[in-house]
Write a protein that binds this ligand. Structure first.
Ligand SMILES: Cc1cc2nc3c(=O)[nH]c(=O)nc-3n(C[C@H](O)[C@H](O)[C@H](O)COP(=O)(O)OP(=O)(O)OC[C@H]3O[C@@H](n4cnc5c(N)ncnc54)[C@H](O)[C@@H]3O)c2cc1C
Length: 510
């Protein structure tokens, strides 16, 4: 179904959240939820709807602290100031959002259903049909309607996306404009810095509003640090408020709850578990997938002005490369400048070229994986090891992307891989990439997941199919850390869908 923009979806101003205070706070609720991104917000709505008393605790501030510039976004709305880096095979930054709304505050809101083949593999692994394609379909349908998801309209997509669509079409590749949860999008290209127009359906404009209407409270500026236990049961959490600007510690927050739901994200959840006294078993932090990727840039005769139009508006499926997903992206000009530096183009000329640049990210569903632990100061300790086959898949995806961009209007190309330089054909790119190792790549990832997996075996998974921890009673996980495998598509909608199903289960058992 193609959604008619502007009709039917749920969008309201963000709900009130309590913020920093020097006073300690003691609360007793039925359920405490840690994290307010897709997982935490979706489960909060389901539980509050069914009459359960809910408190959400969120490390970051509410959206009103957004200053529409990259520095402020890094400081307030990226976990660990945007400086989380995995080492291992190479150096790879991994981004995750922070604040009341989690990653949806600063993401591009691209919406995908998890491919049936991936869901089928989960059914087999879990020996449980609750996430089978036919069970997920109605939940995805509900989300499509609730969030006002529709394919990016050509009139707001922008030339960056048009050229990829043109090129992919000329090659006969399957592709088009991306579906996104941006029902009131005007194509201003600022999704990464917080939606400037209220066009995005981030979770603070829907799930959290409805949860709050049904009595849920939100406590922002509060980092959960540990869990309260009674025998082998988790009975609450302890957190600390921090001033959003000075980062000075404030009051302590103690929450006693019948159930604790952890939704801190693919890095945040294992980081919290690893730094706390709660032991959820050997699989915590293992098997991290991130959808790593690189970018191909094209210089076009025509002006592209990639900051005009949807931040990420188009994609295609490269033939014969399942799990490889090129999609357009506008990027900060400084990223383009840094990538152009090795081309030997002077800064003034490079600046003048920026309006003519097109950019396309190439991400893969990774077979490689990594781990998440915690350093003594509580920051994430990330490691990731690349399998050679994944490097080859990124390279192959880049070559297909080059083909599409050249046919779409690019005159020459470059990429963030050292030693490749300027190329004019896809074959030239392929030949130069062939000798490059992973250390030559400037990689990027923003889909951390599968780091506290759902599964049957407590030795290799952290939670059961209904979201409950294997190791102790009273604690559930509902975020992107629970996927049994990598998805291959942008993960936020699947996180919402699984959290919704887990929430319904929690509401049923009471
Ligand atoms: C730049 C960028 C662009 C992206 N674009 C897309 C896209 O277009 N489409 C898509 O599907 N996905 C996209 N993603 C990924 C998507 O946003 C995430 O997969 C999704 O937000 C994860 O949801 P989550 O509920 O698992 O966790 P998160 O959204 O990460 O939410 C976790 C929340 O928990 C909070 N938290 C962490 N630790 C603690 C603690 N100890 N105490 C209290 N609170 C804590 C965090 O501050 C955060 O707000 C993008 C991500 C980034 C960074």
């Amino acid at each position: 179904m193609r959604w008619a923009p502007g009709e039917g979806y749920f969008w309201r101003p963000a709900p009130q959240a309590d913020g920093f205070s020097l006073k300690d706070r003691d609360v007793t609720v039925d359920v405490v939820i840690i994290g307010t991104g897709p997982g935490g917000a979706a489960v909060a709505k389901v539980l509050a709807d069914s009459g359960v008393s809910v408190l959400l605790l969120e490390e970051g501030p509410p959206e009103e602290r957004f200053r529409k510039n990259q520095g402020a976004v890094m400081r307030h709305h990226m976990q660990e100031g945007g400086a989380m880096v995995a080492t291992g095979s190479t150096f790879m930054p991994i981004a995750a959002g922070r604040g009341v709304g989690g990653g949806t505050l600063i993401n591009s809101a691209i919406a995908w259903r998890c491919p049936d083949a991936v869901l089928d593999s989960w059914t087999e692994k879990l020996d449980d049909r609750r996430y089978a394609a036919d069970n997920m379909r109605p939940v995805y349908d509900e989300l499509w309607e609730y969030l006002g998801i529709w394919d990016t309209l050509p009139e707001i997509a922008g030339e960056n996306s048009h050229m990829l669509v043109r090129g992919a079409k000329a090659l006969g590749y399957d592709g088009g404009y991306l579906a996104r949860y941006t029902p009131r999008c005007v194509g201003c290209g600022t999704c990464f810095y917080g939606c400037a127009t209220g066009g995005k359906a981030s979770t603070n404009h829907n799930f959290l509003v409805e949860a709050a209407t049904n009595g849920a409270r939100i406590q922002a500026d509060t980092k959960v640090k540990d869990f309260l236990m009674s025998g082998a049961r988790v009975v609450g959490v302890v957190g600390q408020m921090f001033h959003p600007d000075t980062r000075e510690p404030g009051g302590r927050v103690t929450v006693r709850a019948g159930k604790v739901v952890v939704a801190c994200g693919g890095i945040g959840t294992p980081r919290l578990l690893a730094s706390s006294s709660l032991d959820l078993g050997p699989a915590v932090g293992q098997g991290l997938h991130v959808h790593p990727g690189n970018a191909v840039f094209g210089y076009c005769k025509q002006e592209v002005n990639w900051w005009q139009g949807a931040t990420q508006g188009a994609y295609f499926h490269p033939p014969g490369l399942p799990g490889v997903l090129p999609h357009t992206s506008s990027l900060p000009p400084e990223v383009a400048l840094l990538s152009m530096a090795p081309l030997g183009i002077g800064a003034a000329d490079a600046l003048a070229m920026i309006p003519h640049l097109a950019g396309c990210l190439v991400m893969i569903s990774d077979h490689s994986n990594g781990s998440v632990g915690a350093w003594p100061d509580g920051r994430a300790n990330l490691s990731y090891t690349f399998l050679p086959e994944d490097i080859d898949r990124i390279k192959a995806g880049m070559v297909h992307t080059a083909r599409a961009m050249l046919l779409g209007g690019a005159e020459w190309l470059f990429c963030a891989v050292s030693g490749v330089g300027k190329v004019s054909t896809a074959e030239e790119l392929e030949a130069r990439l062939a000798t490059r190792t992973i250390q030559d790549f400037t990689l990027y990832a923003s889909h951390p997941m599968s780091s506290c997996r759902m599964g049957k075996d407590p030795a290799t998974s952290v939670i059961r199919p209904d979201g409950r921890a294997h190791a102790v009673e009273g604690v559930y996980l509902v975020d992107s850390s629970i996927f049994p495998t990598s998805l291959g598509v942008n993960p936020s909608i699947t996180t919402m869908a699984m959290a919704t199903l887990i929430g319904r289960g929690i509401a049923q058992v009471g």
